[in-house]
Design a protein around this ligand. Structure first.
Ligand code: PLP
Length: 294
């Protein structure tokens, strides 16, 4: 069985003044049962998570991930996570990851039904191998997410900008992409605006401008996209958050799906039609994304 590590965390209140949280962590056997059957994470997908890439033992962009965990917690009315406690838990797990690429997952659940407190845990495991996606690219299909672009404001209980554990819909979209002979999907709003992939952000390049859909439109603000924007600005590109019409996917000079563990996967075909690919820039992006980032 592949290596997996699991740390149960006793969640501290966000104003807990302690500086050392090691006695709130308990290493448990990752192959043994660890959750109560009353867990709302498993019964209802009622919780939030983060996936952090680890490269040669270095966890990438921990602050951005812990901040997004706090953002998701606020959207879901979960108690605010203690940032320093989670940072220490990540450092603890990263120290167990050897060379190569790993993924650390942070999970904060509403807890056991009628129970007093949320449940929190973290896992570390060897990352899936994304070499082919990074080097050869991926074919994507556009899929209607079924909401118009005003839905997130009109219906915040859809939790569209939170990274919740309810990813069954996102996984169904990837299965639909595979049925259509593609590797992944790009969600489009019912009024034709590009949103995000089921597990990724969408980046487009038009000449010397990098564009991504505005995160306010009910999509996650990707930590990888933020990091790429910083890098490409240093290389002289402009960056912008914009309303991206679905037709722009076909006219861009390059399109990528980016996320913390896959990194940058160049899109080679959209809805069955080949599109422009920038392999040199892709290689540069992945070199940068594999370098230590804080
Ligand atoms: N959008 C969705 C829906 C995601 O699930 C993810 C990552 O899993 C992303 C965007 C990209 O986020 P990040 O770059 O922080 O991994």
């Amino acid at each position: 069985m592949a290596w997996r590590y699991c740390l149960m965390i006793e969640p501290a209140a966000s104003d807990d003044p302690r500086s050392d949280f090691s006695d709130t962590f308990a290493v448990v056997d990752a192959t043994a049962p660890a959750l109560s059957v009353g867990e709302l994470s498993t019964q209802r997908g009622d919780g939030i998570f983060e996936s952090i890439g680890v490269v040669d033992g270095h966890p990438q962009e921990v602050t951005a991930h812990v901040e997004r965990l706090a953002h998701s917690a606020a959207l879901c009315d979960l108690p605010a996570p203690h940032a320093e406690q989670w940072r220490q838990a990540v450092a603890h797990a990263a120290a167990q990851c050897g060379a190569g690429e790993h993924v650390i997952r942070l999970i904060l659940s509403r807890g056991v039904e009628h129970g007093p407190a949320p449940t929190a845990w973290l896992t570390a495991a060897v990352a899936p191998d994304y070499a082919t996606a990074r080097e050869r690219g991926i074919r994507v299909v556009t899929l209607d997410r079924g909401y118009d672009s005003a839905a997130p404001d009109r219906a915040p209980w859809l939790l569209l900008g939170a990274k919740t554990l309810s990813y069954a819909v996102n996984m169904a979209a990837i299965r639909e992409a595979k049925r259509r002979d593609a590797d992944d999907a790009v969600f489009v709003s019912s009024d034709g605006v590009v949103l995000e992939g089921p597990t990724s952000s969408v980046l487009l390049r038009f000449g010397d401008r990098f564009v991504t859909p505005a995160p306010g439109a009910g999509i996650l603000h990707g930590t990888t996209q933020l990091s790429v924007f910083e890098h490409v600005r240093e290389r002289g590109f402009e960056t912008a958050y914009e309303n991206v019409e679905a037709s722009a996917l076909r006219t861009a000079d390059a399109v990528w799906l980016v996320s913390s563990v896959r990194l940058a996967a160049p899109v080679v075909a959209i809805d069955g039609a080949p599109v422009a690919v920038d392999l040199a820039l892709t290689a540069d992006l992945n070199r940068y994304l594999l370098s230590p980032r804080d």
